[in-house]
Design a protein around this ligand. Structure first.
Ligand code: URA
Length: 215
């Protein structure tokens, strides 16, 4: 089968450590505690990649030996927006690398029949319009939840947004990019397709259930 043509602002982070850890996560016999740890580790690596283009500015500092001009991160501050409930698995790892980021939450569940996203909770920092938002959800499946979450972040006035997931489906990427062509997607993998129930194949199963051991 030919590999799907991905939207141009999709970034597959194919670092060997991420790919190795993702393989361990995919295995159905991996227990919830290991799954959570692996997701946290991958999320730290994804945080590193998604912040790669952050601007720097030079400041003067004193080392024990001399003064020097040294780089520090400049530009907009960050807000991580977690899509409940599985987004929490990525949020935890990202906060390890980006401890000063503010955090927002969007609660969405997927209607099992229509597969449309239904919102039940929203809490975003008041100053999100002045920040770069990184919206996180492990599975970009139909793309409906991801697009709905970004709708809310945009409605709150934020204009600089990125989306980070563990695995994306080609169908979901298309839906998402049709809705938000200005929002780049960072994923550890783009899998084959969605099944009839909207699950990503081969995927990892239900991310929330695997993180929290609820099945
Ligand atoms: N949500 C999940 O948790 N897994 C999928 O495969 C699709 C949506």
């Amino acid at each position: 089968m030919n590999a799907p043509v991905l939207p141009s602002n999709t970034f597959v982070v194919d670092h060997p450590m991420i790919q190795h850890k993702l393989t361990l996560m995919r295995r159905s016999r991996t227990p919830a505690n290991e799954f959570r740890l692996l997701l946290r580790e991958i999320s730290m690596l994804l945080a590193y990649e998604v912040t790669r283009d952050m601007p720097l500015e030079m400041i003067e500092i004193e080392t024990p030996l001399t003064t020097m001009q040294a780089p520090v991160v400049a530009g907009k501050k960050l807000c991580l927006v977690s899509v409940l409930r599985a987004g929490g698995g990525i949020l935890e790892g990202m906060l390890e690398i980006l401890p000063a980021a503010r955090v927002g939450h969007v609660g969405l569940y997927r209607d099992p029949v229509s597969l449309q996203a239904v919102e039940y909770y929203l809490k975003l920092p008041r100053d999100i319009s002045e920040r770069t938002a990184i919206v996180v959800d492990p599975m970009l499946a139909t793309g409906n939840s991801a697009a709905a979450a970004v709708d809310q972040v945009k409605a709150a006035g934020c204009q600089s947004i990125k989306f980070v997931c563990l695995i994306a489906a080609p169908e979901g990427l298309k839906v998402f990019h049709d809705a938000h062509p200005d929002v780049p997607v960072y994923a550890a993998a783009v899998d084959s397709h969605l099944n009839d129930h909207g699950y990503i194949v081969p995927g990892i199963g239900d991310a929330g259930d695997r993180i929290f051991g609820t099945k």
